[in-house]
Design a protein around this ligand. Sequence first.
Ligand code: NAI
Length: 395
Amino acid sequence: MTMEKEMEVAVIGAGTMGSGIAQVAAQAGHKVRLLDARPGAAAQGVARVRDTLNLLAGKGRLPAAEAAAAGERLEAVEALEALKGAHLVIEAIVEDLAVKRGLFHDLERVVTPTCILATNTSSLSITAMAGACAHPERVIGLHFFNPAPLLPLVEVVPGLVTAPSLAGRCSAWMAAWGKTPVICCDTPGFIVNRVARPFYGEALRIFEEGLADMATIDHAMRSVGGFRMGPFELMDLIGNDVNFAVTRSVFEAFFFDPRYRPSITQQRQVESGRLGRKTGCGYYDHGPNAVPPRPADDPSLLETIFHRIIVMLINEAAEALHLRIASRDDLELAMTKGVNYPKGLLRWADELGLAWCLARLEQLQAEYGEDRYRPSPLLRRMVREGRSFHGPDGR
Ligand code: NAI
């Protein structure tokens, strides 16, 4: 089933994500109703999206008629009852399970029995949200990335009792909206927020051990790895409060698996109020007169740093594949389209050599004696069987 343009979309929560998602849906041709609990917030959200559309038209990135038509399709509403005719509701309200469950429960009294209820949560269980519903089979996660109009990835996350056909239908709709959908299991962090954890965590460990300073670690990941930003630059951009909260929630949701343990260095950073760019200072000074620190340029040190972080990322991707969180291709798409990695981690593993990656992890595990470095059983098996992830016999 394709999502006809006549189908109506509702977005609840007119903040950063909700407004962006409303823009995407309106540009895809749907009538979109935007609702927020704070009086006037939905109207402000619609006005913001219209301004953005006009700006795009002004810059020649969108035909003026299209921008005007998309703007016309948006409507701010002030009551849940106004969402009665919606075929798809996407909630992007506060990240609080009790509040989201309450909203879904109330929504079911308003919408038709076939209306699909989607959540943009980044960290909560889809299954837990569906548990508040009389019809849990219509509940699904549609996790957009910020800014939603620009970043192509959408993680499509069916819960335990979601109707089997719904993930495929939602993926087709997201593709029709110009997005890149990937399907993943309802597990903590979904794909991106789980697999990316070592990018930050291992960088922080390397710093804590005094192996290199932050500027050098960032330089290593940019110059050797080809990443657009280094871990500390990226944490400053995301906000250390937000990044720390995600790490903490993934760690707790995995019942304190040491693989995801948060860093005290980052906790202190958050406690200091130096959150990153938004506060003018984080790991780096972002003030107008800031002088960027000079990284060390020792090629063997840069290689060491890059290799340690990349094998940890590869291990995480291999483990996600091992546990069937997502398919090989969706894992690769998620990391390249969601967080702009220069290539898929499993392809990277093939290029570095799986035996080499495994040996590095075993070396780290032997050196530290920590479960944090335990190699994925899938990596071990692939090495034993002489296979590669993208080879003809790949997974
Ligand atoms: P935000 O704080 O910018 O916006 C949330 C909006 O929801 C506010 O306007 C608030 O008034 C409204 N709201 C709160 N409770 C409500 C309720 N019961 N009913 C109706 N409206 C209500 O938050 P943001 O950043 O847009 O996040 C929204 C959701 O998207 C959260 O679940 C978050 O985890 C998720 N998310 C956020 C991303 C980000 O980078 N900001 C990325 C991907 C997902």
